[in-house]
Design a protein around this ligand. Sequence first.
Ligand SMILES: *Cc1c(COP(=O)(O)O)cnc(C)c1O
Length: 251
Amino acid sequence: MTARRAELAANRVAVLERIAAAARLAGREPADVTLIAVTKTFPADDVVTLADLGQRDVAENRDQEAAGKAAAVAAAAPDHPAVAGLRWHFVGQLQRNKVASVVQYADVVHSVDRARLVTALDTAAARHRDRPLEVLLQVDLRPLVAVTGPAPSIGERGGVLPDDLLALAGTVTRSDNLQLGGLMAVAPLGANPAEAFARLADLAERLRGEFPQARIISAGMSGDADAAIAYGATHVRIGTALLGGRSARLM
Ligand SMILES: *Cc1c(COP(=O)(O)O)cnc(C)c1O
C-alpha cells in the first residue's frame, strides 16, 4: 500500500466514524448520511484510490478541472473496477456555457439557483444524456440567519433566495430531463452553522410538503458536518478532512 493510499484510508475511516457518531447523537442511522468526497484540487489518482477503498460519491466544483479528471478516472476502469460505480457530484457555481460539459459526467448537480440555469441544464441533458439529471437547489441562507463580522461580498456563494425556492422547484419538476432531488446549502460566513442548518431543515420540510421526492439535504463540510447532521443532512461534502489541506493549492 502506498503512503497516500494508507493516508486516504485512515482519513476515510475517521470521517465515517465522525459521521456515524454525529448521526447516533441525533438519533439517526449512520447509513442515512452519505459521505461525498470533495476531490477538487486533488489528482485523478486520489479519486481512483478512494473508489478502490469503497468511496462511491465524489464531488468537484469547477468544470475545467472536473471534466479532465472524470475522463482520467474513467480511463483507469480496466485496472480499478470500482471506478465504474462512482457517482459524480458538481457542487460549484455553474455558468450556462459549462452546462453541456457538466451534464456529460455529473450524476447530480448541487448548485442550481436560477431558472435560466434550469432551462440550460434541461436542454443539455436532453441532448447529451440517456437518463435524467438529478439536481439540488442551492439556497442562500443569509436572509435567514444573523451574520457577524465584515459583510461578505454579494453573491460570493450563490444560491436562490428562500422566498424564491418553491417557484424554482416547480420549474425543475416541469423539466422533462431533470429530477428534483432536494436542497444544498453552505453555512454563511460569520453565521452560526447550527442556526443556518436549522433554517435549512425548515426549508427542506416546506419543499417536501409540495414535492415529496425532494428528500436530499446536502449540507456540512469538514468544519461543520456534525452540526449539519444534527439538523438532518443526508449528504455531507467533505474535502479537507479526507484529502488534506488545499492551502498550498489553488483553492
Ligand atoms: C470545497 C467544498 C467543500 C468541502 O470543503 P472542506 O472544508 O474542504 O471539507 C464542500 N462544499 C463545497 C460547495 C465546496 O466547494
